[in-house]
Design a protein around this ligand. Sequence first.
Ligand code: BDP
Length: 333
Amino acid sequence: MKKFAVLLLVAVAMMLPLFASGSSEGGQTVLTLSEVHAEGYPTTLADYEFARLVEERTEGRIKIDVYSGGTLYGEETGSIEALQIGDLAFARVSASPVASYVPALNVIQLPYLYRDGDHMWQVLNGPIGQQMLEDIEASGSGLVGLCYYDAGARNFYTTTPVNSVEDMAGLKIRLQNNPMMVEMVQLLGGNGVTGIGPNDVYSAIQQGTIDGAENNWPTYESMGDYQVAPYFVLDGHTRVPEILLASKAVLDTLDPADVEIIKECAKETQAYEIEQWALREKSSEEKVTSEGVVVAELTPEQIQEFQDRMAPLYAKYGAGYEDVIAEIQNTGL
Ligand code: BDP
């Protein structure tokens, strides 16, 4: 009896990761996907499209349940760590926090690296970006990079106006969990604050814990941050792509042919997300500006002042990648 109880306990303990990452019901494997954004946000729409395609192409062998709004993991670092130990199957996250686990990823999100969105997509869908995606799996991080999605350009937004780099002095700015971004804000004269999930930025601003944050138009609008930090400065400091990640531990439990289908389906959702992104970027901008947001446009000279301060970041995080950075900068010229 005692032996049986111990065996039962061991069996239950072994099944725990399976329940957390998903479950198996009547021959169907149900896997979980974590997303911080709300229903209807471009990445969430793409998550559902991914789930739909996978279920269809595996003829129902694999079903993916999408948990949006950060209900499973409010901070992307939490979901990344769950993927690493096989507690979660998929997470759609920003490349920013992933760089703490796969440092090479900082290279494709250095400030002022891309001229515009087209330039970024030429790089991401070209040899450099695709190699970086594959390197995620090869890095031994326990993560598998499935595809990139668009997240536009990130800009600062604050409770007081920022019209030049000097106005950044002393401001407490919430950032994604990435030390490179904290240093970026320090180089601009502000103080970077991490450890606040995107769904908690609004209340952190409201409570005065921070003076602002930085993000793209859709997140600024969707999280409601524009209501508490109505000054948005178009400094366009970074273009950080989104990444759809899978857990290597979970993929290893699946039939290799189904893993191939999963990888193929993810890649197919990229064009759909980019299309949804373009629509939402425009509508979010229209919505917040019609509701009183004050947008500061900077002259090329003023933007250059932001950019000039980034030299130490390139030296530190670009070390060893000088050729790659030069190749990125020359792409499309
Ligand atoms: C948004 C990204 C989301 C990040 C969020 C953030 O879509 O994945 O978590 O920024 O700043 O643009 O945390």
